[in-house]
Design a protein around this ligand. Structure first.
Ligand code: SDX
Length: 433
């Protein structure tokens, strides 16, 4: 990690006070004003709900240039990784900071493969849920319960236990997501297989049944693997910030990941892939698009174009570009032509990107706009879209959690507030109210 300190200063003058604050310069992105001493020296807080102008930490893992539409994992552009790498190699890169050599890749891949089974007793957890429970509800519950099964990797102060927890999480999330799916459709759980790669194993655990062999289509497995890579990490998004905040209290890694899954579920975040496909289905046909675009622009209408817009990207989300290409490829591979939903999606994108409102607010398709079309074509129900996002993002959450634990500056996260409630007042007996 390069040192960001500089000799530059920001001077704040207010109410006769002058506070000098250090400025730090990153490898890429805007300089930051270090306000850690502001309250002590100036007796004021800053105010930034939603953290639109706030860096919560120093990180070396992922960088997004929202204006250029660039996403780097440890410096490598996402389109190169999606096109030339694979998810397990990307997991190694995110966790350890460098691309593995052949021996390192094989050793890491071996360790992940041999941790894909879950404790047999965990099967009972699923049976406590209704069959129609959303798989994200099941995943939050089961992942949170992992801390009750894997006591030997919950001590966050033990580096080896942190490493074991990381391997277990990356390895077991596809198994848990597949079990959540199988439970929801009333089919028996399918055990992981050590002879299959990560994505093929996930497809097999989801779609194979005891009654007949399941043929894994290599091109589909590659498309699945690419989707995992596109979702692996994304700076300090809401769910990653949730994992970091939970981890800052010393909570065990399984509890932190469960918190991340819960946050990702929201439709403004990872739940947008399900909401985007449902929106495209509701629009139905190309001729209905103008009506919905008008609603999305209407301040009095809560309707928004799901899969559109982003806090950081003010240009194309590079993941959406790869996803759009992949959608054409997968539908073609599956012999699905004239997919009405894809037609609506492409026409909606074209119309929106020519519309003054979207141009002025710099709203572009994000990672969630096309992903649902691919996943639906692969056979996944919409309820499985966000669990797939969660299993893909687990490596990012874990890498960020490990970085936070290892950060000498880290403290328990405890924001202050702008209090606008009642000033102190005395209690009034009920007889006098
Ligand atoms: C993910 O943070 C990450 O990195 C997240 C993520 C990751 O990999 O972890 O990239 C994954 O969550 C992608 C985003 C998925 N969510 C959606 O697709 C839901 C629809 N999008 C919006 O809800 C919204 O764009 C957000 C939540 C994504 C971003 O919201 P911001 O940054 O808080 O922006 P905003 O809501 O303040 O919007 C700015 C303006 C507003 O208009 P004004 O109040 O300025 O007049 O743009 C408008 C919004 O009304 N706007 C939209 C819109 N998104 C923003 N108008 C119509 N349709 C939309 N989709």
């Amino acid at each position: 990690m390069r040192m960001a300190e500089t000799d530059k200063k920001a001077t704040l003058q207010f109410e006769g006070k002058t506070v000098e604050l250090p400025i730090m310069s990153p490898t890429a992105g805007p300089d930051v004003i270090d306000i850690r001493k502001l309250y002590a020296q100036g007796d004021v807080f800053t105010y930034d709900p939603g953290f639109t102008s706030t860096a919560s930490c120093e990180s070396t893992i992922t960088f997004i240039d929202g204006d250029k539409g660039e996403l780097l994992y440890r410096g490598y552009p996402i389109d190169q990784l999606a096109g030339q790498s694979n998810y397990i190699e990307v997991c190694y890169l995110l966790l350890y900071g460098e691309l593995p050599d052949k021996a390192q890749f094989e050793e890491f891949s071996y360790r992940i493969t041999r941790h894909t089974m879950v404790h047999e007793q965990m099967h009972n957890f699923f049976r406590g849920f209704r069959r129609d429970a959303h798989p994200m509800a099941t995943m939050v519950g089961v992942v949170g319960a992992m801390s009750a099964f894997y006591h030997d990797s919950t001590d966050v102060n033990d580096e080896w236990q942190r490493e074991v927890a990381a391997i277990r999480m990356v390895a077991k999330m596809p198994t848990i997501a597949a079990m959540a799916y199988k439970y929801s459709v009333g089919q028996p759980f399918v055990y992981p297989r050590n002879d299959l790669d990560y994505a093929s194993n996930f497809l097999n655990m989801c779609f194979s049944v005891p009654a007949e062999p399941y043929k894994i289509e290599p091109a589909l497995a590659r498309a699945m693997d690419r989707i995992f890579t596109l979702h692996a990490d994304h700076e300090q998004n809401a769910s990653t910030s949730t994992v970091r905040l939970a981890g800052s209290s010393g909570a065990n890694p399984f509890a932190c990941i469960a918190a991340g899954i819960a946050c990702l579920w929201g439709p403004a975040h990872g739940g947008a892939n399900q909401a985007a496909l449902e929106m495209l289905r509701t629009i139905g046909t190309v001729d209905k698009i103008p009506e919905y675009v008008a609603r999305a622009k209407d301040k009095n209408d809560p309707f928004r174009l799901m899969g559109f817009g982003h806090r950081v990207y003010k240009n194309f989300d590079p993941r959406a570009k790869v996803m759009k290409e992949s959608a054409d490829e997968v539908l073609d591979l599956l012999g699905i032509h004239n997919n009405e939903t894809l037609k609506v999606a492409k026409e909606l994108e074209r119309i929106a990107l020519e519309d003054e409102y979207f141009i002025e607010k710099k709203l572009y398709p994000n990672v969630d706009f096309y992903s649902g079309i691919i996943l639906e074509a692969m056979g996944f129900p919409t309820a499985m879209f966000t669990p797939i996002f969660a299993l893909s993002r687990t490596v990012g959450w874990i890498a960020q959690w490990k970085e936070m634990i290892g950060d000498k500056n880290q403290k328990i996260g405890r924001p202050r507030q702008l209090y606008v409630g009642e000033a102190a007042r005395d209690y009034v007996d009920i007889a006098k109210r």
